[in-house]
Design a protein around this ligand. Structure first.
Ligand code: ADP
Ligand code: NI
Length: 215
């Protein structure tokens, strides 16, 4: 099992060389650690959790003409080259396919404890102090304003609107980040999410006060 994981780590590091900061190796490492931490309580299959966490962002559809199949395909080819059994490989592929926030806005067609664990681990990295940093990194990459008091958040975006929105970064907190706490699937994930959520509320409170020159 250790060599499988070591080889997967090397493959992911090589493949993500030069990836943008929101989905670089450090994001994968954090999700991998979060997933292992959750799995201590949640007791999913360790190898599946580890492989899915490590391979979950191997190719982002956003940067590949919206191709939703490319990540699972690359992951599948790699796991095949390690000679792993087909059942395990397709489980990891299903997790990758169903992991994205966009997928969760559509119909759910696959469920497993390991999917819940890796999805929660990925969502934890989108909230709290790190989530805030990632949101502003993304906003900077897209050249978005930090905040615009004239533009209110759109709380009920469809999949299409979400993909195409050019929202001020602060609106993204209401459009996605503050919703994640209630979407957590595991009990241990929810506990951590609540702390990170509260920190984001505190952050927003300071942000508005500073915006008005109050503190
Ligand atoms: P993930 O890889 O965690 O499933 P995404 O690919 O949707 O998430 O986004 C990567 C990071 O960029 C996340 O931290 C997310 O909050 C942030 N992000 C995505 N869309 C926006 C946006 N419109 N404004 C600000 N941040 C965003
Ligand atoms: Ni991710």
């Amino acid at each position: 099992m250790n060599t499988i994981i070591e080889r997967t780590i090397s493959f992911v590091k090589e493949t993500l060389e030069g990836a943008e900061a929101g989905h670089d190796w450090f994001h994968i490492e954090r999700v991998y650690k979060n997933a292992q931490h959750l799995n201590e309580t949640e007791k999913g299959d360790e190898l599946i959790v580890a492989l899915a966490a490590l391979l979950h962002d191997i190719a982002d559809p956003k940067f590949n003409d919206g191709d939703e199949e490319i990540g699972p395909r690359i992951a599948g080819d790699f796991l095949n080259s390690l000679g792993l059994e087909p059942g395990l490989i397709s489980h990891v592929q299903e997790i990758i396919k169903n992991l994205s926030y966009k997928a969760s806005l559509g119909e759910i067609n696959f469920q497993s404890r390991e999917l819940d664990i890796v999805q929660d681990a990925d969502r934890l990295d989108a909230i709290g102090a790190i989530g805030i940093a990632r949101a502003f990194t993304y906003g900077g990459y897209k050249n978005r304003v930090l905040y615009d008091p004239e533009i209110s958040p759109n709380l009920h975006m469809s999949k299409e609107e979400y993909k195409n929105s050019s929202t001020p970064t602060l609106n993204h907190f209401y459009e996605k980040l503050l919703k994640l706490k209630d979407l957590m699937k595991t009990e241990s994930g929810r506990k951590i999410a609540i702390q990170r959520h509260d920190f984001m509320l505190l952050y927003l409170d300071h942000f508005y006060q500073e915006w008005q020159g109050k503190i």
